[in-house]
Design a protein around this ligand. Sequence first.
Ligand SMILES: NC(=O)c1ccc[n+]([C@@H]2O[C@H](COP(=O)([O-])OP(=O)(O)OC[C@H]3O[C@@H](n4cnc5c(N)ncnc54)[C@H](OP(=O)(O)O)[C@@H]3O)[C@@H](O)[C@H]2O)c1
Length: 185
Amino acid sequence: MGKEPALISAIGAVAANGMIGLDGWLPWDIPEELAYFEATVAGAALVIGRLTYESMDVVPVDSFIVSRRDDLIVRPGCRRVASVEEGLRGAVATGKPVFVIGGASVYAAAWRYCHRFYLTRIERDFAGDSRFPESIRLDDWVLERETVRQLHENKTDSDVTCRFLVFRQQNPLILISADCNSPMG
Ligand SMILES: NC(=O)c1ccc[n+]([C@@H]2O[C@H](COP(=O)([O-])OP(=O)(O)OC[C@H]3O[C@@H](n4cnc5c(N)ncnc54)[C@H](OP(=O)(O)O)[C@@H]3O)[C@@H](O)[C@H]2O)c1
């Protein structure tokens, strides 16, 4: 009682046609967008889907890897969790800010608990095989910040408009203690 609830945020980048991933990595190559992501999540505890985790060269300590595989061995400093809620509880317990970094089904399960969503809209269509979930209606959230930049995209060797948005959700679902709101029990 009386303790500030931990700040839970999500962060992701989405193309104009909704794509977020291609062949296990990003559909685009925009170094400055990636640098924004890295700077924003620095020092946070992360909640990560198993495929996204496997695509990452470096995974910081206090990362919670969501997977239904109970035999999954994860890197030192990481923990396998069976549900997004278990991951969020573990991340909150570190005392660090918490960031959900995707992919699609992890965003879909986590957004209700998020206070903020850091979304980069990349204003061009990209081919992809992983799509931002349509169930997340950020239009209902409060837009707190918007910065527009032209950034270089290396695959097409051209500049692309990137809209860095920060949304706030008025009344996120409260993450209650262990096993009470986990659909997996
Ligand atoms: N643009 C961006 O900001 C962004 C962000 C993140 C990822 N990506 C891209 O998106 C692609 C990967 O994303 P993805 O959506 O395909 O996969 P993902 O969410 O990273 O991983 C999917 C896996 O996570 C586990 N999982 C997901 N939801 C779960 C839940 N509710 N409960 C238990 N386990 C759950 C399952 O693992 P098991 O199969 O082990 O059970 C599932 O197969 C990559 O291309 C990546 O680069 C892009």
